[in-house]
Design a protein around this ligand. Structure first.
Ligand SMILES: C[S@@+](CC[C@H](N)C(=O)[O-])C[C@H]1O[C@@H](n2cnc3c(N)ncnc32)[C@H](O)[C@@H]1O
Length: 231
């Protein structure tokens, strides 16, 4: 299985402060790994990594790609153009999502996960339908709205000054739901954008194998440190 939470390409205006309705400043995702010159630049980056993921994905494996309205439609189009076949899209409904900056527009309180297989001929892909049924009191688990809080409290990794160690750390419960849906004990999971190591932590806890990649050494160190706490 592949779980990918790629850069969002947020394209925030330079030198502009974002102030919440209550007057406090928003510290946005403003890291260099999220900067792209243009949509074309972002699309060509997306196509490259998606192609590689499609190449290595087994016919029995599935791929999950998550994103927000800034990027998920572009990424989804590229996936379909490459021949990846969509099984579902799942909406992560975020409890405690950050309100819209100026307090006027709708709160962006969800992210989308595209669930896909290598191509449209894949039939026997891993899907723990019976197990999910058990988790759901014997009834088919049908909902594509998954409601989980954002990563908060003690789960959110911070330095001694309270600064977030990773700007987009995802909640363990979200990744747990993905892994329980689409992997079994001993399966191998690739996360090509590992960040703070959330996928690795859940994989380890559920006895799955994992490979994580991140271009920032500090996040590789963070992941290694984080998983060492779970041995
Ligand atoms: C949205 S974050 C992933 C967050 C992660 N899911 C978590 O829970 O912490 C995207 C990550 O991709 C990494 N990244 C960006 N471009 C990359 C590239 N070309 N190759 C590998 N990693 C990259 C960034 O350093 C960042 O940590």
């Amino acid at each position: 299985m592949i779980f990918a939470d790629p850069p969002y390409n947020l394209q925030l205006p330079k030198n502009k402060k974002l102030i919440r309705a209550n007057g406090t400043e928003v510290i946005p995702v403003n890291d260099s790994w999220d900067h792209f010159e243009s949509y074309d630049d972002y699309d060509s980056f997306s196509e490259k990594w998606l192609k590689e993921c499609q190449r290595i994905l087994k016919y029995t494996g599935t791929m999950w790609v998550m994103g927000m309205y800034h990027n998920i439609f572009r990424v989804g189009k590229i996936m379909q153009d490459l021949g990846l076949w969509f099984l579902n899209d799942v909406v992560w409904v975020k409890i405690d999502a950050m309100p819209n900056f100026n307090g006027r527009r709708f709160t962006n309180n969800h992210e989308t996960l595209i669930w896909a297989v290598k191509n449209k001929n894949c039939k026997n892909y891993r899907f723990n339908h019976e197990f999910l049924k058990q988790m759901n009191g014997g009834a088919q688990m049908k909902d594509t709205d998954w409601i989980f809080p954002i990563c908060r409290g003690k789960e959110r990794l911070r330095d001694k000054n309270g600064i977030k160690l990773h700007p987009t750390q995802k909640p363990l419960k979200l990744i747990q739901q993905v892994l329980l849906t689409a992997t079994k004990k001993g399966d191998l999971i690739l996360d090509p954008f590992m960040g703070s190591g959330t996928t690795a932590v859940v994989a380890k806890a559920l006895n799955r194998n994992w490979i994580g990649i991140d271009k920032e050494e500090k996040y590789v160190d963070l992941t290694n440190k984080r998983i060492s706490l779970y041995t």
